[in-house]
Structures are given as structure tokens and as C-alpha cells.
Ligand binder design. Structure first.
Ligand SMILES: Cc1ncc(C[n+]2csc(CCOP(=O)(O)OP(=O)(O)O)c2C)c(N)n1
Ligand SMILES: [Mg+2]
Length: 808
């Protein structure tokens, strides 16, 4: 059935198909009008204070209907906040759910997008059941969870599309839940202004190189909030300037299509074509959808009358896509004006009812909680000397027309202060109510930062490396290489990619020979594009593969840090555990040479990526053990190998691929009684060396390797050491106040080590500047042997100047 034919010659189509088509058109129109009505009422809910913020899909309805028709089971969306009509059209967003999201309903059954964690307009489907097990993604329409940073949906889109390519070309993977011969398309959407972002261009180029089944729609309404296209896009036309990407005979590249956003039949045809090209040929497609509008302006935060002139506002009113579809329906005799009016009237009613139902579902439990509290406060007031004050608090709470949980809990906690020196069963009841309320309500906002499943990385048990009696000392890179070899052969779904990771087997030869052995789809080179390397990893892992994304040096992780922080680290949390991206990021860092090959910006990293594990092994055996652990788990992690460790000698274990380094467990590498030295990574190895030298001056230091910054020392072993030595120095090569401050806080605050200290706890760090080049640059920038020795000695000198006379 060709929609465009219907426009010109409806009478030539047989009655039955005309009627079918008519029904479909009216069903589509119903969705478009329902979606619009939700946008209009949604804005009102914000302006009247029932919801905090609204950003809606009005003005973008019609192309999304066409897109939904081309979207098949198993396909994935990676889009942004304008896509509500699409979500409704694929059956993944009801009116009630739309409003539940707007109100921030914390029950995942009411707001399946995020259980109230995300602003409305941020969409998702459930890839996992409530226990964290995969659903069959090939039998449902999938939407990866949206995030707010503009264009940040693009890197992930690349990986979602590439997964089809992997499933098509790599044998032996159990694809049951994930793919049918790699026939799935990943569909992206982005606003015209957001195409100004580097992430957009990086993704476009990478997808052209990789030739993956990806269709990107640009919703072009000429504006990005108040900023017109003339400030955003060269020639004010994204498809025009991307023309060089158009494939021609004998080249790779894109199919680039352009269509007007109100032209329903042409949109249908365009989306069908785009889907076929991407699905069959694994060629990326860009659809530039222009002449779209924003009937209510950008969001509830402002009004577009401030920046659009009368001419533009008139144009938008006349070219509203829903209005144009309505005119088209009438012109083509699919329905009369009266019939449409009837449909519209009943939709208005239906949306009002849905909104009301969503509001009741959201507000009733809170009102119920308030009633309970009010009766407790009444009882408390009756028995308290501060009756007047408690009654006032209670009355103020009762007067709130639309109470939220904050009102309840804040009132209860304030009331407790009035009975601080009283004793009564009413006080006990209130205390219990508060504790119980916090225990049940807090998880609604804080759960699912990490996996709750039985594959949580914390559930993986340690397996120590074992050695033959005559085990050889080898270059450490061989330990890591042989371990990857074992992992690739054990897990067909493991793939690794990065700059120089393929042909030469990474810059340190940790993947030597792996591409030859496992093929170019599993061990591959990428362009220099850290953010989309990360995005590939996120998307691939969301579709059941186990990618290892290699970032060549820790210093260049910064290019990808935004996407790690905004997307990867929040996936599980922002979907209330209904999506996961168990990506392993492999990189190498710490001290070597110069400003950009010696960085150890661990403080910056750990503070930006809560939600993923950050592991800092001191050698390659430890690193390999972390990879082995992570592949048994369903969680994302960053592993920082020691850049100066590949040529050091390590003993080759005989259980390669099987030993596992546990997460969140420290290792005491030298026992001692005088002082506890805590470190990690390359610097740990120096600290261990210095500890031996300290014995010569009578200082017996205990050296602890943190190994795992996130999670940190879950067994609280470090405090046990401090309890014994009463002294503590944290040593690392990050800047002052960086990871060492985090470690110190964990030990003093979380583990309460302050009570065992007899000397001031210290941190010894690098200088505040970047490390200078050369051996002297390292010596004068990062903690040296002598710095560490003297700092420890000075502490002992202060304790006992007789035994430890002043050194300098
Ligand atoms: C990285 C980043 N910068 C700024 C913003 C604030 N912001 C949100 S939407 C938006 C405009 C986006 O315009 P466009 O891509 O054309 O999408 P439209 O809203 O017009 O559909 C901006 C600047 C953001 N969310 N993320
Ligand atoms: Mg725009």
C-alpha cells in the first residue's frame, strides 16, 4: 500500500484497502491529536504548579507517526525529548503514563520511563525485568533511555546500530534475546540546533565508516530554544552541508533524504525507504525533516513570543503539522470536518480523564501518608507541653492543597524537635513513623545506582591466580594478552575496539595476534574519536554484547568522560534498573612521560562517574583478574592499567582467564606496625619499595593497595590497620585534593578511623600542575621515592625525635 498513490488516486484503490488505509489514517490522526492534547494539558499542569517542568512533543507529531510504521520489533530508538508521539504510536506511552512522568510518580508501574527520576519527555522501554534479567528484545520495540544533554544520544546510537552488524557477522553468539540475523535498525532523533554539537558530527562520520543500520532523523524547527538556525548551522541547512557524506557508486557513505514535517504521505514513503536501506544494506540514513514548528515554544520555562516575530508565528500556526494532516484528511475524503470534530472532542475528554487518573494515582498515596502523620501529630500535640507549636505545624501541613513528600517528612522532623526533652509513647510513634518513612521513601529516589541482580559484580567470588612450580617471569603484557585470548575464546559475545587495538594489537601489544585469531569484527581498530568509542560500547552492551572499549591513554578519557558520566553511569539508575550497559572501559594511565601521558586525574573521574566501578590495579595480573570478574557480572566499569607496567616482569599464572580479582577489596602487600601507607596503581609499587627502605631506619610500615576506588574497601580493612598502627598516610599521584582526599574521607569518615589516630593523617600527592616531561619532570611533579620516605620519616620523627632524629 503506497500512501502517496492514495493522495492522487484514492478512487483507483479497491474499497477494502481504501477502508483499511482510511482506518489507519484516522488511527494515526487520533494519536497525533492525543499527543497534542497531552502537550497542551501538560503545559497547564506546570503553569498551575502541579508539575515542575514540561518539555513536549507538540509540532513534531506527524513525522513520528510515519517513523513508528517503519519501526519493527527488535529495533532501537535513541532520541530526545520531542518523541512522545512516537512512543505513543509504538504503544509504549499511554496518557496516564505521560502524566505520571510529568508529576514524577516514583512507581515504575505508573511511570515506566524512569519511576519519576527523569523530567517528563525522557523516554525508555524495559530491557530488563524486575530482577535484572533480559527481556526478549527481539519481540518488543525498544527505546534506550533518553538523557538531557543535547546530542548525547548520538554516541550510544552508533553502538545500538553496530550491534546488528556484530550479530550478523560473528558466529557463536547466543543472540536469542537480542537479534534476528542482525536485521534490527537503530533509529536516532536530534533537534536541528543540537546538530551543532561535536558529538553529532563525530557520530555521523563514524557511522559512515562503520556502515551500520542507523537512521537519524533531524527534527528541524529552525530554532534551538531562542537561537535561530543562522547561528547554528552553516547555510542554515544540515542536509545540505552533509552532502559530502552521500554514498555514490563505489563508495561508502549515507543515504540522505529530505522531507517536510507536515507531509504525511511523503513522510510515510520516506521512512519506509529509509528503514529498508538501513535494514537490508546496513547503510546509514539521514532524514532531514524540516518545516516543523513549536506551537507552545521550547518548554514551560519561557514563551517563544519573546524571540519569534509575527511573521514566523503566523507561519508556524498555518503550517502546524497536525493542522496540515487534518486538511489532507478532509481533502482526500478520509473524514469530514464534523467527523474529525467528534474525534477531537472525544480525545480531549479521554486525555482529561487520563490526566485525572494519573494525578489521583500520584497524589493519593501522599495524601494518605499525610493523614497518618496528621493523626500522629494530633496525638503528640495533646500530650506535649508544646501543643501550640505542634498544632501549628500540623495545621500548616493540613492546609497544603497538593502536598508532596517533602512537606510530610519535613513537618514530622520539625515536630520532633518540639518534644526533644519529653518522653511519651506518642513521641516514640512519631520517631518510628519518621524512620519508617525514610526507610521506605528514600530508596524511591536512590535505588538502582548499581545492579541489584544476582550478577552484581560484588557477588563474584575471588579466585586467586595459581602458578606452576616452574612458572616463568614474563613481560607483563603477555599476562594481559593471554588472558584476553582466554576471554575471547570463552565468551563469543566479547569484542574489543579502540585506536590501534586491531591490526597491531594495541600500542603496548596486549592484544598482539588477537585480530588474526578472532577476526576484524571482534578485535578492531577505530578512528580517533573517544566519545563515540564509548558510545559504541554503551549501545553494544545495551543489546546483549560484552564490549570492551579501549581508550588509548587515561589522559584522553576526558574526551569520553562526558558520555561516561551523563549516559553510561546513569543508565541503570535513570531507568530504575530496567536497562543496563555492562560495558568495560579499558585504558592505561598513571606515571610515564609528560603532560598528556602521565595523567592520573582519578579524583576528577571518580567524582563524575558514580554508577560505574573504577579499578586501579597495580599490575597486569590484577588487571586481568578484574576483566575476568567483570565478565561474570552485569555492571559497567573502568579499568586503568599501569602504563609503565607492560614491560615489567610478572609470573605467568596457570589459571589464565579464570582467576578473579574481587571488587572493593584492598590488599595488604606488606604488613607493618608503625604506620599505614595507603596507595594504588603505579605509585603503590613505589610505596612498596620505599617500605623496604624504611625498615633500614627502623620504621615498619604497613602498605595497603586500594585496588578498587569505586567501590572502596567494602570490608573496612584499612581502619583495622590504622587501629593497629595509629598513623596514616594516603599517597597518590593525583593533584592535591584529588583521589587522595576521597580516600582519606572514606577512611576517616566512613570507616571512623579518626578515633585511632595518634598523628595527623596526611595525604602525599603530585603537585597541582600537570606532570612535566622526562624523568626529572616526573621526579619534580609526582611523589618520588624520597618524598615518600621523608614524609613517613617526618611523621615518625614527630612521634619520637630520639629514635628518629631530624633528617633535614
Ligand atoms: C549540552 C547541552 N547544552 C545545552 C542544553 C540546554 N538545551 C536544552 S534543549 C536546547 C535546544 C535544543 O534545540 P534543538 O536541538 O533544535 O531541539 P528542539 O528543542 O528545537 O526540538 C538547549 C540549548 C542542554 N540540554 N544540553
Ligand atoms: Mg530546534
Amino acid at each position: 500500500m503506497k500512501a502517496s498513490k492514495m493522495t492522487t488516486n484514492p478512487e483507483t484503490i479497491e474499497d477494502i484497502s481504501f477502508n483499511d488505509f482510511k482506518a489507519e489514517v484516522l488511527k494515526d490522526y487520533t494519536i497525533a491529536v492525543t499527543s497534542r492534547e497531552c502537550s497542551l494539558l501538560g503545559r497547564r499542569e506546570v503553569l498551575t504548579g502541579k508539575a515542575k517542568f514540561g518539555i513536549f512533543g507538540d509540532g513534531k507529531e506527524i513525522p513520528q507517526l510515519a517513523w513508528a510504521k517503519a519501526f519493527k520489533n527488535g529495533d532501537f530508538r535513541s532520541g530526545y525529548y520531542r518523541d512522545q508521539t512516537f512512543m505513543m504510536a509504538i504503544g509504549e506511552l499511554t496518557i496516564e503514563q505521560f502524566f505520571a512522568g510529568l508529576y514524577a510518580h516514583t512507581d515504575i508501574n505508573n511511570d515506566p520511563m524512569s519511576a519519576g527520576r527523569q523530567m517528563g519527555g525522557h523516554f525508555a522501554t524495559h530491557s530488563l525485568d524486575e530482577n535484572g534479567n533480559w527481556n526478549n528484545l527481539t519481540k518488543q520495540k525498544n527505546s534506550s533511555a533518553d538523557i538531557s544533554p543535547t546530542a548525547a544520544q548520538m554516541p550510544r546510537l552508533l553502538g545500538l546500530a553496530q550491534a546488528s552488524k556484530i550479530y550478523k557477522n560473528v558466529e557463536g553468539i547466543d543472540a536469542n534475546n537480542f537479534s534476528v540475523n542482525g536485521n534490527e535498525v537503530a533509529w536516532g532523533t536530534i533537534g536541528n540546533a543540537s546538530t551543532s554539537e561535536g558529538l553529532f558530527f563525530e557520530t555521523i562520520n563514524a557511522a559512515g565508516v562503520l556502515q551500520v543500520p542507523m537512521v537519524i532523523s533531524v527534527w528541524d524547527d529552525e530554532y534551538g530554544i531562542s537561537v535561530h538556525a543562522k547561528h547554528q548551522t552553516t547555510k542554515e541547512n544540515i542536509s545540505e552541508i552533509l552532502k559530502g557524506f552521500q554514498r555514490v557508486k563505489g563508495t561508502n557513505g549515507y543515504e540522505i533524504l529530505r522531507v517536510k514535517g507536515w507531509d504525511y504521505p511523503n513522510l510515510i514513503e520516506t521512512y519506509q525507504k529509509a528503514g529498508e536501506i538501513a535494514r537490508k544494506n546496513h547503510v546509514p540514513v539521514l532524514i532531514h525533516v524540516n518545516e516543523l514548528t513549536q506551537p507552545q515554544g521550547h518548554s514551560t520555562s519561557g514563551s517563544h513570543e519573546r524571540y519569534k516575530d509575527a511573521e514566523r508565528l503566523n507561519w508556524e500556526a498555518e503550517n502546524d503539522c497536525n493542522l496540515k494532516m487534518r486538511e489532507w484528511i478532509i481533502a482526500n475524503n478520509f473524514a469530514t470536518k464534523e467527523e474529525l470534530r467528534e474525534i477531537e472532542k472525544s480525545i480531549k475528554k479521554r486525555v482529561r480523564e487520563g490526566k485525572k487518573a494519573a494525578w489521583s494515582a500520584y497524589s493519593n498515596p501522599i495524601a494518605q501518608e499525610r493523614s497518618e502523620l496528621i493523626s500522629l501529630l494530633e496525638n503528640l500535640a495533646n500530650t506535649s507541653a508544646n501543643n501550640v507549636f505542634i498544632t501549628k505545624l500540623k495545621n500548616d501541613l493540613a492546609d497544603i492543597i497538593e502536598p508532596i513528600r517533602k512537606d510530610n517528612l519535613s513537618t514530622a522532623r520539625k515536630a520532633l524537635r518540639y518534644v526533644i526533652s519529653e518522653n511519651s509513647s506518642e513521641k516514640t510513634q512519631l520517631t518510628n513513623w519518621i524512620n519508617n518513612y525514610i526507610n521506605t521513601i528514600q530508596p524511591k529516589y536512590s535505588s538502582h545506582l548499581h545492579s541489584h541482580s544476582n550478577q552484581s559484580a560484588l557477588q563474584v567470588t575471588e579466585v586467586k591466580p595459581t602458578y606452576d612450580a616452574d612458572a616463568k617471569m614474563v613481560d607483563a603484557r603477555l599476562v594481559i594478552r593471554d588472558n584476553f585470548d582466554a576471554l575471547f575464546s570463552k565468551h563469543p559475545e566479547v569484542i574489543i575496539f579502540g585506536e590501534d587495538a586491531g591490526h597491531i594489537g594495541d600500542v603496548n601489544q596486549g592484544l598482539e595476534g588477537m585480530q588474526e585469531k578472532y577476526g576484524k569484527f571482534r578485535v578492531s581498530d577505530t578512528g580517533i574519536r573517544e566519545a563515540t568509542i564509548l558510545g559504541q560500547g554503551i549501545g553494544l552492551s545495551m543489546r546483549g554484547l560484552r564490549p570492551i572499549a579501549e581508550i588509548q591513554y587515561l589522559d584522553y578519557l576526558l574526551y569520553a568522560l562526558q558520555i561516561i558520566s551523563d549516559d553510561l553511569a546513569t543508565v541503570h539508575y535513570r531507568t530504575h534498573g530496567r536497562q543496563k550497559a555492562p560495558l568495560i572501559i579499558r585504558t592505561r594511565g598513571h606515571r610515564l612521560e609528560g603532560i598528556w601521558h602521565s595523567g592520573s586525574q582519578m579524583g576528577g573521574i571518580i567524582n563524575l562517574v558514580r554508577g560505574i566501578h573504577v579499578l586501579v590495579p597495580r599490575n597486569m595480573t590484577k588487571a586481568a583478574g578484574f576483566y575476568n570478574t567483570l565478565l561474570e557480572s552485569d555492571e559497567p566499569a573502568l579499568v586503568v592499567e599501569c602504563l609503565n607496567g607492560y614491560r615489567l616482569k610478572e609470573k605467568m599464572p596457570n589459571n589464565i582467564g579464570a582467576f578473579k580479582t574481587p571488587l572493593g577489596v584492598v590488599e595488604t602487600v606488606k604488613e607493618g606496625s608503625d604506620i599505614t601507607l595507603v596507595s594504588y596503581g603505579s605509585t603503590l609499587n613505589i610505596v612498596a619499595q620505599v617500605a623496604k627502605e624504611l625498615i633500614e631506619v627502623g620504621i615498619d610500615a604497613e602498605v595497603i593497595d586500594v585496588q578498587s576506588l569505586l567501590p572502596f574497601d567494602l570490608n573496612h580493612d584499612i581502619v583495622k590497620s590504622v587501629e593497629k598502627t595509629n598513623r596514616l598516610i594516603v599517597i597518590d599521584e593525583d593533584v592535591p585534593g584529588g583521589a587522595s582526599a576521597y580516600i582519606l574521607n572514606e577512611i576517616l569518615n566512613t570507616q571512623n578511623a579518626y578515633q585511632f589516630l595518634d598523628s595527623k593523617p596526611l595525604t602525599l600527592t603530585a603537585k597541582s600542575h600537570r606532570p612535566a616531561y622526562g624523568t626529572d619532570g616526573d621526579y619534580f611533579s609526582k611523589p618520588s621515592h624520597e618524598d615518600i620516605f621523608e614524609t613517613v620519616y617526618q611523621v615518625m620523627h614527630e612521634v619520637n625525635p630520639n629514635d628518629y632524629p631530624k633528617l633535614r
